[in-house]
Write a protein that binds this ligand. Structure first.
Ligand code: ATP
Length: 962
């Protein structure tokens, strides 16, 4: 093992002869601004040490055994146990255990045997000449009791502490820390319980390198192989500690020697505390945090934690981390920016972090943010975040000095792993019938602020005052620890004098493993006093702190508010799973119901739509039917076309034939006498279809159409009201569903959208239907008025015609009765029926509304059949509209062809059956000459006239009906 040795002047002088000095100043640290004062201070320390040295070791030994039985635990301690030295420090110095008069009250015997590493003791042991009397026999007795036999010679160094040697050689990894629970004896802990517990406290010294080569002072000898630091100055002495790290030792070595075992024990269930203590700029932060090339204790511990988890598959772990700093005696959460800045997000005051204590958790800060971490990177990132928030400032010795005590706390929860929710992997719980609980342990990694003597600025002075006060309290507590063991003064230890000691209370009072890394510099004379103080602090800590750390119990957590997250999370996971299942089930039910309702709605809507469409189609068909009948196509009165079409269709479907046969038969069947009242005067029985056909096809169709349209109107009205009702229902249902759901999560937007669009569609359909209904109603009323007018016109014309025929017949009868031999009718003019008319007289008969005119022209005397025919042909002139000619032509085509000219005269009749006419005219001619009798001629003439009149009337009727 490489040993760095700096040869320094050996301390000398009989310290025992030095008088005890007055108590040290209240300053945390001595202030040796000048060499003279520093020397004075060292001299004063020497005096104190010598004063504390017992005059009779044997008597002290007795007391020591009482106060601190079995204080020796490690081999190093045992090796140096034979040499004991008592010293005292200025009582108010943070590094002096006897501050505030405590040292004076302190029983020297309690320190004497239990301070194997005190410089004086080591120095004594190193000095075979025995400047300090040694009760070798007593020590031997004790060592024997511990199972170690030390001869006086053996008790005298220079042999290095074996256990430390082995530790520093790397064997420390195989030498676990002691479990005061288990009762197992560690190879390095061969003594009783106290010794075992002593092994749970490691105190190490790290000497930082000088900034400049060759500037190392000569006052110090650092022998890491021997775990020795020797001060060669006046107040010098040898200090043996558990580990001594030379300036060249790196962080890995430091970690492995003083922290690795502790970290692994924490993973096993012990509480552990590591803290760095020393003067400002001596490498505390460097040791704890390190650099990227030279990672410190914290990153190495983090790596180890996760390595342990990997190596321990039978357990499951949960890690949470917090990071706080104590700055000017106030606690700040370094992971919570609001807490750290002292103001909330919106400027409101944040709750002050306080320290609390309970039996399970010990002393803890609250409220404090804890973050659960799952990887080393994550953990280191959280810590790095806290580091950034930490208060730093420039001091005389450190450009970036930590102005606060920083505490990283990693809480480790672990439990036996459960396979499928049943027994743990190792079957332990299965044997006990219960699953193991959760074990909670805590690793605290603390980088203390550095003690400093003087500060230049007010801020630094204030910080320094707080830092020094807390460090002084720490020293005081540690100094009084051994005293408190016996006399039940534990409760009176000044833990509460500072936040730091309060927070460290569990560790200092022995409930956790503890490793203290003290840092010091050896470069300049100015630091010697501080370094010496650091060494003394280390010695006291090593001597006084006793750890009875026990593995944490595995506790079954039933308390929902428990801090044990692992179990709580398990509970929560189980609960959430249950809730999830319930929710999923409920959601499925709801979805099913929704789907069903939706489906029903859709079917309903579909049905409504189908019905609506059908109705619309039906109405459209009706409208098209009217249109196809020429309602809107004629240039003249629309009713004409309608009626024509209606009649035309009637003809085409007339039973018993079509064409000319059909018309006369129909006409003869419905004689003039049978012409009844117009349809509106008919009984208004909608079911009496018979009436429709009774008054001719045109009237019947019209009436039927009116009735059908009325029925349609009623239907549509009913249907529209039904649709409106449904719409109302749908709207209500939709509203109620929306209000019930009343949740933004409901995916009703789509449904509502589609429903709204359907409603809009229906609205528009209803509007369309209404418009159509209006159209129909208008049409019906128009048809009605048209029908009324037409019927009136029909009646009028028929009356006129009947009258004229009657007149004609009566005149003929009169003529024949008065003079049977009278010559054929000679009149200057005559109409088709033979009525005498003035020659130039033209009787114009207007047939409204068809505007058909029949003009009468004088009939020339009948001379021959051909002449008569021609005359007759010319006798009648009819003016017919174009639209009326076609059906007439079509109907009469076999016997009568009427040319489609604007003015139709009998000249245009080309194919008329003239046989009868010729026969008749022969008769007439015969009368004139030697022809038939007058009666015969009269009869023949009458028949022809009647026939012709009938033909004309038929044509007129057809036209007028149309
Ligand atoms: N062992 C070491 N090896 C190399 N450099 C070191 C060592 N110890 C300290 N240093 C350097 O010394 C300087 C001060 O160290 P550091 O900040 O760790 O001191 P400190 O004890 O934390 O001081 P303070 O209490 O003021 O915060 C740093 O630049 C650091 O890198």
């Amino acid at each position: 093992m490489a040993t760095q040795t700096t040869t320094l002047p050996r301390p000398g002088g009989a310290r025992s002869s030095l008088p005890r000095t007055s108590p040290a100043p209240t300053s945390a640290l001595p202030h040796p601004p000048s060499t003279a004062s520093r020397k004075a201070s060292v001299s004063s320390l020497s005096s104190l040490k010598s004063l504390k040295r017992p005059s009779s070791y044997a008597s002290l030994r007795e007391e020591s055994d009482k106060a601190s039985p079995n204080r020796l635990s490690t081999q190093s301690e045992r090796n140096v146990a034979g040499s004991t030295r008592i010293f005292s420090l200025p009582p108010t110095s943070p590094l002096a255990p006897g501050g505030s008069g405590v040292a004076g009250n302190r029983r020297a015997s309690s320190l004497a045997p239990a301070s194997p590493i005190l410089p004086g003791a080591r120095k004594s042991s190193l000095n075979p000449k025995g400047r300090f009397p040694l009760n070798v026999a007593g020590i031997k007795k004790k060592e024997e009791g511990l199972g170690v036999s030390l001869s006086p010679d053996e008790a005298v160094p220079p042999s290095p502490p074996l256990s430390r040697s082995s530790s520093q050689l790397g064997n420390h990894l195989e030498a676990p820390m002691l479990d005061s629970n288990s009762g197992s004896r560690s190879p390095s802990a061969m003594g009783g319980d106290d010794e075992k517990s002593k092994g749970n406290v490691l105190v190490s010294i790290r000497v930082r390198p000088s900034g400049e080569a060759g500037k190392e002072g000569t006052d110090w000898t650092v022998d890491s192989g021997k775990s020795l630091v020797r001060y060669n100055g006046k107040e010098g002495g040898d200090y043996y500690l558990d580990n001594v790290f030379a300036p060249r030792d790196g962080n890995v070595r430091v970690y492995e020697s003083c922290c690795k075992r502790l970290v692994r024990r924490v993973m096993e269930g012990y509480h552990g505390t590591v803290f760095a203590y020393g003067m400002t700029g001596t490498g505390k932060t460097f040791s704890m945090q390190g650099t990227s090339e030279n990672p410190g204790v914290i990153p190495l511990a983090v790596t180890d934690i996760f390595s342990f988890i990997r190596e321990t598959p039978h357990r499951e772990f949960l890690l949470r981390v917090s990071y706080l700093e104590i700055y000017n005696e106030k606690i700040h959460d370094l992971l919570s920016p609001a807490q750290n800045s002292g103001a909330g997000v919106f400027g409101q005051n944040v709750e002050e972090i306080k320290l609390r204590e309970d039996s399970k958790r010990g002393v803890y800060a609250t409220p404090l943010k804890e973050e659960i971490v799952q990887s080393p990177t994550q953990l280191l990132r959280v810590i790095a975040r806290g580091d950034l928030a930490r208060k730093t400032g420039s001091t005389q010795f450190n450009a970036r000095s930590s102005r606060s005590h920083a505490v990283v706390q990693i809480v480790v929860e672990s439990r036996e792993r459960i396979i499928g929710g049943g027994a743990p992997l190792d079957g332990k719980a299965a044997a006990g019938g219960a699953i193991g609980g959760v074990r909670v342990s805590t690793l605290s990694l603390i980088d203390l602020a550095g003690s400093e003597r003087a500060a230049e600025t007010k801020e630094r002075r204030q910080e320094g005052a707080h830092i020094n006060k807390s460090l002084l309290t720490l020293g005081n507590v540690i100094a009084r620890l051994s005293q408190a063991k016996d006399d039940k003064n534990k409760d009176h230890l000044p833990y509460r004098d500072s936040k730091l000691t309060r927070l460290l209370q569990p560790a200092l009072s022995g409930s956790s493993l503890i490793s203290i890394l003290c840092t010091m510099a050896s470069s300049t004379d100015a630091n010697n006093l501080e370094s010496l103080n650091t060494l003394k602090f280390a010695a006291r800590a090593k001597n006084n702190i006793v750890s009875h750390a026990k593995k944490a119990e595995e506790a079954l957590v039933t308390d929902a508010g428990s801090k044990v997250l692992l179990e709580r999370y398990r509970h929560e996971i189980a609960e959430l799973r249950g809730q999830l299942e319930l929710q999923a089930k409920a959601q499925m039910d709801t979805q099913e119901q929704e789907a069903q309702r939706h489906e029903e709605q859709m079917i309903e809507i579909q049905l409504a739509r189908t019905a609506l469409k059908e109705r619309i189609d039906h109405l459209n068909r009706l409208i098209l039917s009217s249109k196809s009948s020429g309602v809107n196509t004629t240039t003249g009165n629309p009713h004409n076309s309608t009626l024509l079409s209606a009649r035309s269709s009637t003809y085409s479907t007339a039973p018993g034939g079509h064409g000319p046969q059909a018309v006369p038969r129909t006409f003869s069947q419905s004689t003039f006498a049978s012409i009844g009242p117009p349809p509106e005067f008919l009984p208004s029985d909608p079911g009496s279809d018979d009436n429709a056909g009774e008054y001719g096809d045109g009237n019947a169709t019209l009436a039927a159409q009116v009735k059908a349209l009325q029925a349609d109107n009623a239907d549509k009205s009913r249907y529209i009201s039904t649709l409106e009702k449904r719409l109302l229902q749908a709207r209500r249902a939709s509203q109620s569903r929306t209000s019930i759901a009343n949740s933004p999560r409901m995916s009703s937007t789509g449904d509502e959208g589609s429903l709204a669009s359907i409603i809009r569609e229906k609205d528009s359909e209803i509007a369309n239907l209404r418009a159509q209904l209006d159209d129909k109603e208008r049409m019906v009323s128009a048809l009605r008025s048209s029908a009324r007018k037409r019927e009136l016109a029909d009646l009028k014309v028929l009356k006129v015609r009947t009258k004229s025929i009657d007149d004609l017949l009566s005149s003929k009868r009169r003529a024949s009765s008065t003079n049977p031999l009278s010559p054929p009718i000679k009149s200057k003019s005559g109409d088709l029926t033979g009525n005498p008319v003035a020659e130039d007289e033209e009787e114009l008969l207007l047939v409204k509304p068809l505007n058909i005119s029949v003009r009468r022209t004088p009939v020339p005397p009948v001379r021959s059949s051909s002449q008569s025919l021609t005359a007759r042909k010319k006798a009648s002139v009819m003016s017919l509209p174009d639209s009326m000619l076609e059906p007439i032509t079509a109907s009469y085509s076999p016997a009568l062809t009427i040319k489609t000219t604007d003015t139709v005269t009998t000249d245009n009749i080309t194919d008329i059956d003239t046989t009868t006419m010729v026969e008749e005219t022969r008769g007439v001619e015969g009368v004139q000459g030697a022809g038939p009798s007058v009666q015969q001629r009269t009869k023949s003439s009458e028949g022809a006239v009647v026939k012709f009149a009938l033909t004309i009337l038929t044509a007129w009727w057809i036209i007028s009906t149309a």
